[in-house]
Ligand binder design. Sequence first.
Ligand code: SF4
Length: 445
Amino acid sequence: MQTKEVRVGNVSIGGGHPIVVQTMCNTHTSDIEASVSQCRRLAAVGAGLIRLTVPTLADVRALAEIKSRLRAEGLEVPLVADVHFSSDIAIAAAEVVEKVRINPGNFHKDFDMACSQFSRLVKVCREHGTAIRIGLNHGSLGERITTLYGNTPLAMKEAAMEWLGLCVENDFHDVVVSLKASNTLVMVEAYRLLARDMEEKGMSFPLHLGVTEAGNGDSGRIKSAVGISALLSEGIGDTVRVSLTEDPENEIPVARYLADRYGHKLHSSMIRLNMEGKKAIATYESPSRERLMLDMACDFGKMLLDRKIDDVEVRGRYYAGNGQEIVLDGTEEAAYFSDELLQAARRRFYKPEYIACPGCGRTMYNLEETFEEVKRRTSHLKGMVIAVMGCIVNGPGEMADADWGYVGEGGHKVTIYRKKTPVLKHIPEKEAIDRLLELIEKDGK
Ligand code: SF4
């Protein structure tokens, strides 16, 4: 898909430029030292854009200071303000950084007010050369859109088109758009619908791809690669963020792999492919375990999502960090890779489905540790959907179709959700995982 170029500081997105790799800080933006230091590390490992959360006007001021310290050090990496629930903060942030991400689902409660605030935002962006990301998420489309279209990929596409229409009406074109979901099928379908509709209507806004709340570890990497690669292989996507509930530095190599593979700088390590009906038998010779997982996800994710194949068997070998050769043929690890891949493409569920946000400056507890503990204690709940979310502001809206959710409130307190309903509020962090497990048990699981 041929998109137009959008300049974000010294970086070009779209217009045939290489796919831009980006990430987001998980520091508190108000902690200027920690944020500057994380930005430095992220820039050093290759982040092309860095986003920071901006929950308050005080954070806009902190962001200005972070930017000025980075520029004083000669670090020109463009910064993006991530704004939810306050159009005024978005407008203030647009004076400070190179790009502002807004979520149409929570830009303003009232749609008419949203339109007039958006015109104000566009004016400031035009004056300051700031780009905008229209960043929609499956879990937070807002009542108006879900009433019209349900909570569907079509709803995501329609919401995006409505806001892109506002951009065109305001004659503002420095816009990138994203339609993220944790469910890879929903995410891929939404972007495909949008790409088709934009093309039909003569629009060519660049697309930012991501599988949101993908979790961590192998599952987070495979799920992200399945969703993002399916689209990049069709020529859809200009910039990528791989969201992991880990140190954001870990996101960069995965995103880099995807950008390089679809920028034709690297190839799969698969050396042979045999088909037995709709089962693919793939033999790899991979330089590392991570590379093997990403290759598998890219080689077969799209075919699984589109039901072109039903199963994948992995054979061959990869080399561990110490150079040791690990043979896969018929091993438990090979079966595990197939299980992970099929679950990421939502074709076979062998364990619970986890939705976990990557965390950001709104997270007030140790998200990574808590998520690991929740995973450890719920691993038997095959097919259930369990969410672990960093904050009460966005978490409940973003956890989409979770059966139960653990949502940090701040102040060492947690709210436990059953579906979309908060059933246990203000639970001390120390007890919260026990209480979540008790609730799941009480619900007969
Ligand atoms: S849900 Fe997670 S990533 Fe999203 S705003 Fe809250 S803490 Fe940040």
